[in-house]
Design a protein around this ligand. Sequence first.
Ligand code: NDP
Length: 322
Amino acid sequence: MEYRKLGNSGLKISELSFGSWVTFNKQIDTSLAEKMFGTCLDAGINFFDNAEGYERGMSEIVMGDALKKLQRPRDSYCVSSKVFFGAYDNPTPTQMGLSRKHITEACHQALNRLKVDYLDLYFCHRADPDTPIGETVWAMHNLIVQGKVLYWGTSEWAAHEIEEAYKFAKDNNLTPPSMEQPQYNLLDRDRFEVEYNDLFLKHGMGSTTWSPLASGALTGKYLDGIPDGSRASLKGYEWLKKHMIDSDRGKERMERVSNYIQIANEHNLNPSKLAIVWCLLNKNVSTVILGASKQKQLEENLSSIELKPLINETLIKKLNNI
Ligand code: NDP
């Protein structure tokens, strides 16, 4: 495993990390999570991603219980949470968003659920147009001063919103964001590669990128229908199935996936591993957050780094065409 700096910060983070969206508490229980974390830590992964909104906080409880059982030194890994969506099915106005009140309370709740004394990384899960940027930056800065959060960042904010946060922090001598958490994979590139480019150059922004397999689409497993038990078949994720497969956009993406699988086959490369290692080619990626619902998937995805020496210019050009 190689380690990359989280942007301009001093934090060295494993180039692959492991996240819990959809899977923890739905497909993965505490005992499987414990086994998977053990596999991750043994492979050199040092960052585990979570959010208050994942399974209404239950994902953090599973992660906290599993990490506690493993009893690895707390200073050998990082955990994150994200604030914005709330941890309830129907949150009240004070139980969501980026107000000082919700950021502060959500942090305390995440610490309890994850059973840790501090969050290494804390993200604003989406931008909140109802809260002044200064209130959010101050709330994050205060949590850092209190030692409850070490690095704060954004997730899926527009570039101009992130720029505003940097400016407010600089003008007021507060802690600026250290990282963004955007989607980045072979099918979703524009925001990361184009919109954020100036932020990487100007501020040395770090990035923890999500959905390297586009929710599993880039494995090719949806090309002949929806496999039983797969993410697109799950109750409560019908919106994702529509987005991934059934809508006009989904159909167009599946055509691109089909072209992608052909290229991977021509080069005799496993498509899941190739899609993951492709993300790592971008130097602005600090870590690629893996997702897996099964131990076997995790092991396959972890071994994607073995493909690094096999990636050449010809292959990259073909991949760029899709
Ligand atoms: P991926 O795009 O890699 O999708 C992971 C899913 O694909 C797995 O749960 C599994 O689903 C399937 N899969 C993975 N590996 C394989 C394999 N080798 N063979 C076959 N199927 C496979 O990542 P995620 O979408 O899960 O995103 C990763 C992490 O990023 C999340 O856990 C979360 O921490 C973060 N994230 C952040 C977001 C944000 O807004 N900040 C949004 C989304 C994710 P199945 O077996 O069920 O089909």
